[in-house]
Design a protein around this ligand. Structure first.
Ligand code: SF4
Length: 406
């Protein structure tokens, strides 16, 4: 294995990760906006150099899967030609910023999350000091409109509120408030304080929530020279359905967050303005007309907001992931039909207890272990199982029996 390859959770284009189906290259797309031509070119690279499957990650990044070892360098060259490659792996990794997708079209948006994301990424890349941030350390920029990012993992959360921006820390509801023009500087100060304080603790915390748990949010804000402005009012996950036709966009759901190169090509062809990647297992076609929806559905993508597939989560499982001992997605598809009235994700099928598809608690969680399935109720994959060693048929029978509250 080349020394550019790592086994771990956070692959990049310059730091591929090996999986059961080949190498994974993750692309961080600034603000989640992709021009149709660029989307077509990415789809071509995925088909030519990989297995043609593309994942939309939980932070809105694209992952090209199944890249063959002898195609890696050609894939990297192709990405560089598209302007999608950073100068080095450190610069790529630090661009871990997710933004509300429709600030320019959502009449409820209180600021331009895309512009702020661009500014923040530029500042993070420009100063090597920040390249020392842990690989998973990330920022979210919520425009205050319909597409709230409250459920998207982020260590530092920025949210537009009136003419200001509030900043809060993962695991805490205290917030500081700064004028919009100061938001990037404030976010950088917090990141700097994280790095400085984490170094003084043994072992150093890798995420903001862990540092907050140890020393409290007030101490972190004080070290950053920022005065808390009080408690941040809660935000709902999403104030509107994402999937379907709306005046601002057509929303397309991706079963399990995955699409094929051909499907990405189609979306690029249907896009009127551009493609907006979201952290919600959905792609938005900004400004597209409602009459594209039948073609979306024909292509095997989700065009209805009440599709039961939107209410189940499953990681790639076996054989795509080397850590999995069970198949996950076919099982999740079969089980999805048992709860067609569900709103919100009720079922999570995870190939192992790492829980890549969801870090949240769900009514039913199935976890692969030694070829069988553990059943966790109202919990996460790492929570104690009620039953272990179940076969897929036994799980299906249990759910059909009504003995398990879905
Ligand atoms: S949760 Fe799924 S994708 Fe993640 S490591 Fe385990 S088996 Fe692999």
């Amino acid at each position: 294995m080349s020394d550019t390859l790592v086994r771990g959770w956070c692959p990049g284009a310059l730091r591929p990760m090996r999986s059961g189906d080949g190498l994974i290259l993750r692309l961080r797309i600034t603000g989640g906006r992709l021009a149709p031509d660029a989307a077509r070119a990415v789809a071509d690279l995925a088909a030519r150099h990989g297995n043609g499957e593309i994942d939309l990650g939980r932070r809105g990044g694209l992952q090209l899967r199944g890249i063959r070892d002898d195609h890696l360098s050609a894939a990297i060259t192709g990405l560089a030609e598209l302007g999608l490659l950073d100068a080095d792996a450190g610069a790529e990794a630090v661009r871990n910023v997710v933004a509300s997708p429709l600030s320019d079209r959502d009449e409820m948006a209180e600021g331009d999350a895309f512009a702020l994301a661009k500014q923040l990424e530029t500042a993070l890349v420009a100063d090597d000091f920040f390249h020392a941030l842990p690989a998973k350390f990330g920022f979210s920029i919520d425009d205050g409109g319909h597409f709230a990012l409250a459920d998207v993992p982020a260590d530092v959360r920025l949210r537009f509120a009136g003419g200001d921006v509030t900043l809060s820390l993962d695991g805490n509801v205290q917030a500081v408030k700064v004028p919009g023009g100061m938001a990037v500087a404030a976010a950088l100060r917090i990141a700097q304080v994280f790095l400085d304080l984490a170094r003084c603790i043994d072992p150093p915390p890798r995420r903001m929530a862990a540092l907050v748990a140890q020393i409290g949010a007030e101490a972190i804000f004080a070290a950053a020279g920022l005065a808390p402005a009080g408690l941040l009012p809660a935000r709902r996950h999403l104030a509107v359905p994402l999937i379907g036709a709306f005046p601002t966009h057509v929303g397309v759901g991706l079963p399990f967050g995955r699409l094929t190169a051909g499907q990405l090509h189609l979306l690029a062809d249907l896009a009127t303005v551009d493609i907006r990647l979201t952290p919600f297992r959905a792609i938005l076609l900004a400004g597209a007309p409602a009459n594209v929806l039948p073609r979306v559905a024909e292509a095997g993508l989700v065009a209805l907001s009440d599709d039961p597939l939107l209410a189940v989560a499953a990681c790639p499982g076996a054989p795509a992931c080397a850590s999995a001992s069970v198949e996950t997605r076919d099982l999740a598809r079969r089980l999805a039909a048992l709860n067609s009235e569900a709103r919100g994700v009720w079922l999570h099928v995870s190939g192992c207890e790492k829980g890549c598809a969801s870090s949240a608690s769900h009514a039913v969680t199935l976890v692969g272990r030694d070829g069988g399935l553990d059943l966790v109720l109202d919990g996460r994959p790492t929570d104690p199982a009620r039953l272990s060693g179940l076969s897929p048929a036994a799980v299906e029978a249990l759910l059909r029996s009504g003995m398990i509250d879905r």
